[in-house]
Design a protein around this ligand. Structure first.
Ligand code: SF4
Ligand code: SF4
Length: 280
């Protein structure tokens, strides 16, 4: 049977008909790679934008946040592993077309005047980037904003497809070490390219989150390097330095000491004007 390669992320899964990729959200159906998770919603909630986290974009507003299943990364500490590490048969979901999502969002907005848009979040939204695009186009038509919360580990042409539709994004930069991304099944270069592309997008407000995990990325030298690189992209990028808690497959260490998070945030402030701490 002929294999077809998925071109969405650096994994480049080569799939025969009837199989799914490493993200569990795309697969080969009748010889074509398709987004199996398109419109399959596992989680939906109205969240303050600060929870995404977005610190400097429409503070005090809320967004209708939704997630599906699947992710192309394998962070052993994933808080959302029950939806990010399974496919359609591993979690309950309901179908919500882009049109139905927009109707729901308009209903929420009618009842909550702080509500400004839709956030694609919880699992990795870009493994089903087609849904993000289709919903985002409709959202803009009715004056709703689009927020993307992603690990950003996709190929450049996917970022190009979505970038002009996104009003605000929070992208994880898990480390500036290639071996850390290797451990997670990701690709540092792809993530850096995504951050650079979104920073260059005039209509997109960009924030970045780095979860500080003890023994993985908690040195001052790595934080200094990471902040310097971000500042080289755009010194006005907002960085969230966030505290790790044990979860999923990582219970061999305790939470990041709060003092470490504060210290690394100070290090980041040597290069960046807007640095926030999270989960402290
Ligand atoms: S998006 Fe999914 S199917 Fe496509 S290459 Fe990445 S992991 Fe594989
Ligand atoms: S990228 Fe996010 S959703 Fe995916 S495994 Fe890592 S923490 Fe979980």
């Amino acid at each position: 049977m002929r294999r077809v390669r998925c071109d969405v992320c650096p994994r480049g899964c080569a799939l025969v008909p009837g199989t799914v990729g490493a993200c569990k959200a795309r697969g080969n159906k009748d010889g074509n790679i398709v987004p199996l998770g398109y419109g399959h919603v596992t989680s939906i909630a109205v969240d303050p934008v600060e929870k995404k986290p977005l610190a400097r974009w429409r503070p005090g507003s809320t967004v209708l946040s939704l997630g599906s299943y699947g992710c192309n990364l394998r962070c052993p500490w994933c808080q959302n592993h029950r939806i990010s590490q399974v496919g359609s048969d591993g979690v309950s979901w309901r179908e919500l077309s882009p049109e139905e999502l927009i109707r729901l969002a308009q209903k929420v907005r009618a009842e909550d005047d702080r509500m400004v848009g839709i956030a694609y979040t919880y699992n990795e939204p870009l493994v089903c980037w087609e849904y993000v695009c289709d919903a985002s186009i409709l959202a803009h038509e009715v004056g709703l904003a689009n927020v993307l919360v992603s690990a950003g580990c996709v190929n450049a042409h996917i970022v190009h497809e979505v970038a002009s539709l996104i009003d605000a994004a929070n992208i994880d930069l898990k480390s500036l070490r290639e071996d850390t991304y290797d451990m997670l099944g990701g690709d540092l270069h792809a993530v850096r390219d995504t951050i650079e592309a979104l920073a260059a997008e005039p209509g997109c407000h960009l924030e970045v989150t780095t979860l500080v995990v003890p023994g993985i990325n908690d040195t001052r030298s790595e934080m200094r390097e990471l902040a310097a690189w971000l500042a080289g992209v755009d010194p006005s990028i907002v960085l969230h330095v966030s505290r790790f808690f044990p979860n999923w497959r990582m219970h061999d260490r305790g939470p990041t000491p709060v003092s470490t998070v504060y210290d690394l945030a100070e290090v980041a402030r040597e290069h960046l004007a807007y640095v926030y701490t999270g989960n402290c």
